[in-house]
Ligand binder design. Sequence first.
Ligand SMILES: [Fe+2]
Length: 441
Amino acid sequence: MGHVRDLRLFLLSALPLAFAGLFFGGVYSYNRPPVLRKILSVPHSYGDDHNPASPQQVHISLVGEDKMRISWITESSTPATVEYGTSPTKYESSANGTTSSYRYSIVYKSGEIHDVVIGPLKPNTLYYYRCGPASGRDFTFKTPPAQFPIKFAVVGDLGQTEWTDSTLQHIAKSNYDMLLLPGDLAYADFYQPFWDSFGRLVEPLASQRPWMVTQGNHEVEKIPVIHSKPFTAYNARWRMPFEQSGSDSNLYYSFNVAGVHIIMLSSYTDFDPSSQQYKWLEADMGQIDRKITPWIVVLVHAPWYNTNTAHQGEKESDEMKASMEGLLYQARVDVVFTGHVHAYERFTRVYNGKADNCGPVHITIGDGGNREGLASKYEDPTPDISIFREASFGHGQFEVVNATHALWTWHRNDDSSAFVSDSIWLRSLSSDPACQYRGQR
Ligand SMILES: [Fe+2]
C-alpha cells in the first residue's frame, strides 16, 4: 500500500517538477557528469513495535547559548514532550513544545512535526533523551563547549546518495561539536517523501550533535500556481533559532558558540540594501563584541567567489556580493563558507575581487555528495586569488583552537576513506593589528 502511495505521489510530483523546470531552467542548466553511486532512499523502520508514534528523523539545533531544540516526526499524533538527563535512561527533566504539519500542493501532507526546546544545559556534556511518551527509542547528544577549542564539521549540497553516506561516515568519526551546512539538504526537489528519507539518513548524526543549517535553491520548492509559497518543507522541518538574533525569518539568523559568531544568510531572499535581511545583518554586525566572539563566520549558499565554470553569473552570487560584501569586510568576517558549486575551492583573503589581508577567506564546500554529481570544469588559467580547487566529494573541518588561531582541513572522499587534501592555519582578523578598525569592540 505504501509503495502504491509513493508511486502515486511520485507521478503527481513529476508534473510540477517539469513545470518548475521551465521557471528555474537557469539554476538547473549545468550539465554535470553522471553520478557513479546509487541514490539512497531510507524507509521508515517503525521500530520493533511498528508504532506510528515512534519518533523518526530526530535532529537537534542550538537555541541561545545553553538550550537545544529537539525536532522529530511521527506518523500519528503524540504529545510534543522530551524527557532528558545526564544519566542513561534516567530522565530527571522534561519539557513540552509544539506540533505542526504542512501540506505541499494538493497531494502531500507531512507527518506530525514536533519541536521542543530543552535546557538550560551544561556545556560540553553528554545528555540522554527520548522523544514523546515511552517511545522505546533512546538518544544521546553532546552540547558544544562554552570556550575554545571547538570543532565544526562543514558540508554543503549533501543530498542522499552513497557518496553522501561516505561523507556522513567520515564526519561521524571526526569528533566534531557542531555541523554547519551552507544549503541544499535533501534534494527532495518537490517530491516531499525525499525530505523524510533525508531526515532518516542524517538522524544518526543529527540527533547527536547540533546541525545548524541555512538553505539553498533546492529548498525553495516554489511552483507557480501549484505551490506558490517558498521554503515550505524547509521551514517546517528545519526550524533554526532566528528569533534569538532578532531576525524575522527562519532563512537568516546568527548565534554565538564558544567564541565564534556564526551568521547564516539566505541567497534566495531579498538581499539589497533596502531589504529586511540586509537591515538585520547590519544591526547584527553592529552588536558583535570581538572580546566575546573573536571569530566571525558567515554561511551562504551561492558563492561570491567561484572559478568553476558551473553557476557563473547568477544574481544570487553577483548581486548579493555587490550588496553585502562591504558589510562583511567592515565587520572583519574571518571565513565565508558557501555551497552550490559541487566541488571544493579555497580562496585567499579577498575583498572586491582582489587579495586583501583584512578580507574573509572564501571557501566553497558544496561537495557533500548529492545526486547531481561533480562540477569539474574550471576557468583556465587559475585566477591568482584561487588557492586550491578540486572537484571531489568530501567535507571540511574547522577547528577553532583559541582566540587567534584555527585549523581548516578539507577531507576528500577518496575511494570511501577520508583523505586530508587541503589544510591551512588561519589567524583571526580581530587579533591582527593591521586589520583593527574604528568602532571595533
Ligand atoms: Fe545549490
